[in-house]
Design a protein around this ligand. Structure first.
Ligand code: HEC
Length: 150
């Protein structure tokens, strides 16, 4: 029993110390994963955008549901930028790896903004949602300008 428990523990600690890319069999899988995660996140973010821009009616519950999805998905793409995954059909710039700290900070800025958007959505106050949406959008753009190819 004790040996099994120790072996399990050893496995867990090895897994925890592996780079995120190791969760993917091939670099292409990581690229596909992060693009899919960005795409779904952007779809739900865009649905809030339509409300903010007055192109869709304001339904507080729907905005809240969309903000929840965005908040849940926000961290996922960044688990798929391991070393060596800047290959194939990707718009990821090499700076993601050569300026890794800056990239991480940029991702964190978005994660923080998304948490504020989620909190604003929960208030049901459209003015607060508008502000938080705008702030979040800025963090998307800042990273795309610096780290995503045209
Ligand atoms: C820290 C950097 C960073 C932040 C922040 C960021 N993105 Fe991106 N995004 C990227 C990179 C890099 C790619 C290119 C991924 C690739 O092609 O491998 C990308 C790709 C995308 C794509 C294209 C996915 C596809 O199908 O090819 C969409 C849509 C997108 N991002 C939306 C967003 C939205 C919306 C936000 C803000 C809520 C956001 N991104 C925030 C770095 C970021």
């Amino acid at each position: 029993m004790k040996r099994i428990a120790l072996a399990t523990l050893a496995c867990i600690s090895v897994l925890a110390s592996l780079p995120a890319a190791a969760q993917f069999q091939k670099p292409e899988d990581a690229v596909k994963y992060r693009k899919a995660a960005f795409s779904v996140m952007a779809t739900h973010f865009g649905r809030i955008g339509a409300v903010v821009q007055g192109k869709a009616p304001f339904d507080a519950k729907a905005v809240q549901a969309n903000a929840d999805v965005v908040a849940t998905l926000a961290a996922l793409p960044f688990t798929a930028f391991g070393e060596g995954t800047g290959v194939g059909e990707t718009r990821a710039k090499p700076e993601i790896w050569s300026q890794a700290d800056k990239y991480k900070a940029s991702a964190q800025a978005m994660t923080d903004a998304v948490a504020k958007l989620d909190a604003a959505a929960k208030t049901g106050n459209l003015d607060q949602i508008k502000v938080a949406f705008g702030e979040t959008g800025k963090t998307c753009k800042a990273c795309h300008d610096a780290f995503r190819k045209e």
